[in-house]
Design a protein around this ligand. Structure first.
Ligand code: ZN
Length: 137
């Protein structure tokens, strides 16, 4: 079993961060912590917080990124749920051993110097699950 520290954030695909911030910051009252561009993933990301909860808004930089394809197919909305794990390499190894379908067998760089990896939604009850390991302090 993984050492799961709980929900790290909920990822939401938006047509634009401007549109997303108008709702989640200006209307729902979450605070904007950080905006970051992840060119290797074709993404712009905004991290918002309210209490212990974090929301990750995802804007695509191109139509052929994962988020661009998601929005083209289903429109904006909830994209994934991220859980924080202690050791992402070890977690992926365990899941693979248990036959869980992985999108990423090797972690990739996430926002705020985290390491992230995705499980395949087909093997996770239709939910795109992300694992996140925070940078060591
Ligand atoms: Zn995420």
């Amino acid at each position: 079993m993984l050492k799961n520290r709980g929900v790290y954030h909920i990822g939401i695909a938006v047509r634009s961060l401007t549109e997303g911030l108008a709702l989640y910051r200006d209307q729902l009252g979450l605070s904007l912590e950080e905006e970051e561009t992840l060119p290797e993933r074709g993404l712009r990301v905004a991290i918002l917080k309210g209490g212990n909860t974090e929301i990750e808004l995802l804007e695509s930089l191109s139509d052929d990124s994962a988020i661009g394809r998601f929005i083209a197919k289903r429109g904006p909305g909830i994209h994934h749920i991220a859980f924080e794990v202690e050791n992402i390499e070890e977690s992926l190894r365990q899941l693979k051993e248990q036959g869980v379908r992985l999108v990423d067998e090797v972690p990739r760089p996430g926002a705020s110097q985290t390491k992230v990896a995705f499980l395949h939604p087909a093997g996770a009850g239709g939910v795109l699950v992300e694992l996140v390991e925070k940078p060591k302090a």
